[in-house]
Design a protein around this ligand. Structure first.
Ligand code: NOJ
Length: 760
């Protein structure tokens, strides 16, 4: 007995040691040998990431003299170029014209598909379908690698609870549990089982960290967040990506605890490497090394040294490391060893990609011709887009429409090709996107379609100019708004039903596209009101890269289908759903607020010491508003179907469990409607009493099921020991004994309830 007591701590120590070791990269002989031959300058050169500016430049500068720099051994990797010829040329400069012939790798932003553009990530997340999301990543990797690219700046896993921030479009919404599952599916999809395979690529989880919580929802703004919120709410998806084996991490533009992420040693070394065991490489975001000067952290030499010492390995576009590190070594500010360590990680990535064996592994013009934008991939894009749509309302069950109907198809997005792909689609081809009117004609050739634009997206020319930076997204009509509106009214009067396609142009969300008013622009609202005033049944097809505030439209007698920005097959996919070839199954992954003043609003908010007893009635001295209810307009997890699902008989497998035990939660779901359909069964948990205040409830499980009409299924969701855990005030990941409430249902608010106890 005594012996065990003495031995136990030692055994535990050994276990911890083994676990930590397991995460460390074992030295790669080829890399070590190469490092032994490299000069200081050559090592520094590997830390430099440049773009010749062929793609989308997301900062004020692009790199200059790229060719000369590659030949001088001053470049470790390139991004923003594509295609076997260009990439081959760049690779030849590196391999044939530098002393050691170290190959480059090639990065790109393939955020929702390469040439085959899928829905924006926020849309994909609304499918709640991890196989689908993994498949999008796999197809993206296979098309991108066929074009010579082997490093992807994706997944973007920033938790976002402020829809004013335009980059909510790029992520998976508000929830860390769902966000973590999606992060893992994407990393596995891009990287596959073998990174040396010619159709897999290095993923890059971004933006580390907390980029999704900028003050006031303004892009690039400061973040100030306590550790508890970080650990419990914002960090899990990054960690999930690390656990899935992601090979690179991109830092964020914001500061974390007062230190910009790119120069934050706690973040990049203590947390990322020491605590989480990450052994890949860390790249800065675009010019974020140099931006630390504006942050007030010193001059270029100081901020570059700060970044390297913090744990940054590669500098995107600033060239701060390239131009100052030698001097910093001379002045003993940084050591050669620190530079060697960073260089080693870059070389290890090249090794993992198989580039030392064959620098031209990813350059294959035959593949580029055959494997990009295939009919099969387009077909998948169409199916997946339909699965990302969320039916928000189906007034009088007007949807699906009959394929022979007389339809007024109106709205500034109904015949707009350049707004279908959505933000961050520099590798996509807008001109190949299917418009909604084309989709309607393809799917319902017998329908009589009366088209009218009805309004501009916005009438304001200056605003349009800001949106049109990457091409014409808002085209302001030569005709007056009155004439356009009149035409739409006439189209409506000549039809049985009106489909009004409204919302945001592509660049109204995404990077540097924050809005303080996230409603539908007034010009389009007028069109909606006019369509309703005709007395015809009205369907709104709502396009956006973020949750919108739509309290007025939600109250109108209209049906609303939220379609995000659906990608290259937009029109076909929308028509598939509108005409009932696919029964919608998407669910919101962010809460939709009633107005801007409710932000931030999310399903897992804490209760406060003065919770209001009903969300709708104002109560003095309770935590509520004088002018608006506490309840969101549309809750997290919400989404309708053309059929109906009834939930009953919620049970837990045991009323009491011990630490480390699983618990099965089961519920009966019946399709009570007239169509086959899919449903996302959602499980939420509330820890009733614990040492730090718990969220009111939090997503802890989900399952997407298919039910034929009339079919009943018993669905079981398993709670694992980690699902009961949280970070306490000492930042230990623990479960605490006591009662838990379990909610299961069709969205975060409409649930059945049961519970169990975690025994001491
Ligand atoms: C800036 C963006 O923040 C980041 O997401 C992107 O990967 C880089 N630009 C490179 O294009």
């Amino acid at each position: 007995m005594k012996k065990t007591k003495v031995l136990l701590p030692f055994i535990l120590f050994l276990l911890v040691l083994v676990a930590t070791r397991a995460q460390e990269q074992t030295p790669i002989p080829e890399v070590e040998e190469l490092l032994g031959k490299m000069t200081l300058q050559e090592k520094i050169g590997q830390l430099n990431l440049v773009t010749p500016g062929g793609g989308i430049a997301t900062g004020a500068v692009v790199s200059e003299n790229v060719e000369a720099k590659i030949k001088a051994g001053q470049v470790g990797a390139l991004f923003g170029i594509a295609g076997p010829e260009k990439i081959k040329k760049a690779q030849e400069y590196a391999v044939n014209e530098t002393r050691l012939g170290i190959p480059l790798f090639f990065g790109s932003d393939i955020i929702h598909g390469y040439r085959t553009t899928f829905p924006i990530p926020l849309g994909l997340s609304s499918s709640w379908d991890m196989d689908l999301i993994g498949e999008v990543a796999r197809i993206s990797a296979s098309e991108a690698t066929a074009d010579g690219i082997n490093w992807n700046f994706s997944p973007m896993v920033d938790i976002a609870r402020d829809p004013r921030w335009g980059r909510v479009a790029e992520g998976a919404g508000e929830d860390p549990y769902l966000g973590s599952a999606i992060a893992q599916a994407m990393v596995k999809g891009y990287q596959g089982a073998d990174l040396t395979a010619a159709n897999t690529m290095i993923a890059c989880v971004k933006h580390f960290a907390l980029y999704g919580a900028p003050e006031a929802g303004r892009d690039y703004n400061s973040v100030d967040m306590g550790r508890l919120k970080m650990y419990n709410q914002y960090l899990p998806p990054y960690k999930a990506a690390i656990d899935a084996g992601v090979a690179s991490v991109m830092t964020s533009f914001n500061d974390v605890d007062g230190i910009p992420a790119t120069g934050n040693k706690w973040l990049l070394t203590e947390l990322l490497r020491n605590e989480w065991g990450f052994n890949g490489f860390v790249v800065s975001d675009y010019t974020s090394v140099g931006e630390m000067i504006e942050h007030g952290m010193g001059d270029m030499q100081q901020v570059s040294a700060l970044a390297l010492k913090a744990g940054l390995d590669m500098d995107m576009v600033s060239e701060g490391l390239l131009n100052t590190l030698e001097k910093s070594v001379d002045q003993d500010i940084v050591s050669e060893e620190e530079i060697t360590n960073a260089c080693r990680r870059i070389l290890e990535a090249k090794y993992k990609l198989g580039l030392f064996e064959d620098p031209y592994r990813y350059i294959n013009p035959k593949r580029a011709k055959k494997e990009i934008l295939t009919q099969e991939n387009r077909k998948t894009a169409r199916e997946f887009a339909a699965r990302s749509f969320v039916l928000l309302k189906n007034h009088n069950e007007i949807l699906p429409l009959k394929k022979e109907a007389k339809i007024a198809l109106v709205g500034p997005l109904a015949d707009s090709r350049s707004n279908m792909l959505g933000t961050w689609s520099p590798t996509g081809k807008h001109e190949l996107a299917v418009t909604i009117i084309e989709g309607f004609r393809n799917v319902a050739p017998k329908a009589k379609i009366n088209y009218a634009k009805g309004s501009n997206i916005v009438d304001d020319k200056d605003y349009a100019k800001r949106i049109n930076v990457f091409g014409q997204r808002i085209d302001i009509d030569k005709r007056s708004p009155e004439i356009m509106l009149r035409e739409a009214i006439e189209a409506a009067e000549a039809s049985d039903v009106v489909v009004t396609v409204v919302g945001e142009a592509t660049e109204m969300s995404g990077e540097s596209s924050s809005r303080t008013d996230i409603s539908i622009p007034e010009e389009q609202k007028k069109l909606i009101r006019a369509m309703v005033a005709t007395g015809k049944p009205v369907v709104l097809v709502l396009m956006s890269g973020r949750p919108l505030t739509i309290p007025e439209e939600f109250e109108l007698p209209v049906s609303i289908l939220q379609v995000w920005h659906p990608g290259i097959e937009a029109g076909n996919a929308i028509a598939d759903v509108v005409f009932g070839d696919y029964n919608p199954s998407g669910k919101l992954t962010s809460t939709w607020p009633r107005n801007i003043g409710q932000i931030p609003i999310y399903h897992s908010m804490k209760r406060t010491g003065r919770p209001s007893s009903t969300p709708d009635a104002y109560e003095k001295f309770k935590s509520n508003y004088l002018d608006v209810s506490n309840a969101p307009l549309i809750p997290f997890g919400f989404g309708l179907s053309y059929t109906k699902f009834a939930y009953s008989d919620l049970k837990v497998s045991k009323n009491e469990i011990g630490f480390g035990e699983d618990l099965d939660v089961s519920v009966t779901v019946k399709n009570t409607g007239d169509m086959d359909g899919e449903e996302v069964v959602q499980l939420y948990l509330r820890d009733v009493v614990r040492s730090v205040t718990p969220p009111g409830k939090q997503l802890k499980g989900f399952k997407k099921i298919f039910l034929k009409k009339g079919e009943t299924k018993r669905v079981t969701l398993t709670l694992r020991p980690d699902d009961l855990k949280f970070y306490n005030s000492s930042l230990e990941f623990v479960a605490e004994p006591g009662d838990f409430e379990v909610f299961v249902g069709t969205n975060s608010e409409k649930t059945l309830k049961t519970g169990f106890t975690l025994k001491k």
